[in-house]
Design a protein around this ligand. Structure first.
Ligand SMILES: *Cc1c(COP(=O)(O)O)cnc(C)c1O
Ligand code: SF4
Length: 466
């Protein structure tokens, strides 16, 4: 298939009044976008604007909602305050103060939390690395900390908004390699970001190639977390070094490692263009697998039909559905979040329509402080309605896949909103009551919600996965 090369153009808040596609909206709607773009990072590119968004269906179009700022992302009072300042062209410091205040209230995670799970060598932290579960390590390459477009629901918004203390990346010493060489319990390396595929092939190779050589025999698989296959598939098709990327992938496979692109998809429409399909075909031709994951998000994909169609389409194209995530509670989560109960119904509704090949998709999954918690479902036990949950990844190996129960709550959106069922005072992963009541005041969870119980579950959600 021949795909014409395309030059990438980024659009940001400055372009809201200039983009021709936005001129059919009212001035008031454009103002709302500019206001919200003061708080949340906004970036989109010409492929998303011209080929993915259906402008005949704006503002409801899911790809529009995925990338363009929405008025509802801000609390109405915050919105009014900021809108007035922007409209009256208030001094920059005044606007910045309002923006800072709003951001602070959006649970951006205090800086210290970014350092959680950072391993050390002889007492010195290894920058850009997270080691939470025994077998796998996350690498955040310093050159891969941005994306081809920003998702409105992204939990890394403080980093992209340039907030102090939220940068997290490898440094020049590249001591992550020393760490990985010394830790032969690690079998999986996950390269994440931002989006590592924003890097040139040569840069990416600096992170990948060393792992193919002597001293890293214990590394069995390399995963690259990326949204580029959806946001800029030309990365694998016609960009100047697209072929170099494919050759790099081939070298990984030739070195007897499993290479997986963990491709972030939010909607089946992202798979519908010829270049999107060609990108998948070319990646797979190298021997790399494409595994797919994404969060369930209100206004974008909270519909079983959308997930069923997306997973089916992925299977047809040779991809392997992997995770349906629950949206973390940070940023505009009040606007995007889907209650756990509803997320489970959407998952189940979609799953019912799949053959076994699509049923590799696990979810809804919360990547929370104690581990990756799966909502298995809702059941009734002796007249009590409960959530059945289990951990599919945990800091404590013996907790994995051990069912546990929480009181049913149709409004709960995160693990921190749940309380143990059957009168228990803690979940099995909460070893110490003290642990449960102290610290972690910054948990998202109940920012705008009242807890049902005085017990506070210590389950922060700062952990990363791309
Ligand atoms: C999800 C995740 C992993 C990988 O877990 P798998 O179960 O192998 O997909 C590793 N580290 C962190 C922090 C994660 O959130
Ligand atoms: S890090 Fe992932 S979720 Fe966040 S903006 Fe980039 S692609 Fe979207």
């Amino acid at each position: 298939m021949s795909i014409l090369p395309r030059r990438m153009r980024f659009y940001s808040a400055r372009d809201i009044e200039r983009l021709p596609q936005l001129q059919s909206l009212t001035p008031d709607d454009r103002l709302a976008m500019r206001v919200v773009a003061h708080v949340f990072p906004f970036r989109v590119n010409n492929y998303v604007v011209e080929d993915l968004i259906d402008w005949g269906n704006v503002p409801d179009d899911p790809l529009f909602r995925l990338t363009f700022p929405q008025r509802g992302m801000l609390d109405p009072l915050d919105f009014e305050r900021l809108s007035e300042a922007v409209q009256s062209e208030a001094p920059a410091e005044e606007v910045a103060a309002i923006v800072g205040g709003i951001r602070f209230g959006l649970n951006p995670h205090p800086a210290g939390q970014m350092q959680e799970n950072v391993p050390s060598i002889h007492g010195d932290p290894v920058p850009g690395l997270q080691h939470k579960y025994r077998d796998s390590v996350l690498i955040f390459p310093s050159h891969g900390q941005t994306c081809h477009a920003y998702c409105t629901y992204c939990f890394r918004w403080p980093q992209f908004a340039g907030m102090d203390g939220f940068k997290f990346a490898t440094d020049k010493t590249r001591c992550f390699l020393t760490y990985l060489r010394e830790h032969d319990e690690v079998t999986d390396v996950l390269i994440t970001g931002g989006d590592p595929m924003i890097m040139s092939a040569a840069r990416l190779a600096e992170y990948v190639e060393p792992l193919l050589g002597a001293g890293f025999e214990h590394i069995q698989s390399i995963r690259i977390g990326t949204k580029s296959v959806a946001y800029w598939p030309y990365r694998f098709v016609s960009d100047g070094d697209a072929d170099d990327v494919l050759r790099l992938f081939e070298r990984v496979v030739a070195a007897d490692k499993h290479l997986a692109l963990m491709a972030h998809y939010s909607h089946w429409r992202e798979l519908s263009t010829p270049v999107a399909r060609e990108a998948i075909r070319r990646i797979r031709s190298t021997g790399a697998e494409v595994r797919t994951q994404g969060p369930i998000v209100r206004h974008i994909n909270d519909d079983p039909g959308v997930w069923a169609r997306m997973w089916k389409e992925q299977v047809r194209l040779g991809c392997i559905p992997y995770y349906m995530f629950v949206e973390r509670n940070t940023g505009a989560n009040h606007y995007f979040s889907v209650p756990l109960y509803r997320a489970w119904r959407v998952y189940r509704g979609a799953w019912q329509r799949l053959s076994g090949l699509g049923r590799t998709a696990r979810g809804p999954v919360m990547s929370a402080y104690p581990g990756k918690v799966l909502v298995e479902g809702v059941a009734e036990v002796h007249g009590e309605r409960v959530f059945v949950l289990s951990m599919i990844q945990s800091r404590l190996a013996d907790q994995v896949r051990r069912p546990f129960f929480a009181r049913f709550d149709p409004d709960a959106v995160w693990l921190t909103d749940l309380v143990p069922a059957f009168g228990k005072d803690r979940f099995p992963f909460e070893r110490e009551v003290e642990y449960r009541f102290t610290a972690h005041r910054h948990d998202g969870g109940s920012r705008s919600r009242k807890r049902r119980s005085p017990a506070r579950v210590s389950t922060r959600q700062q952990d990363e996965d791309a």
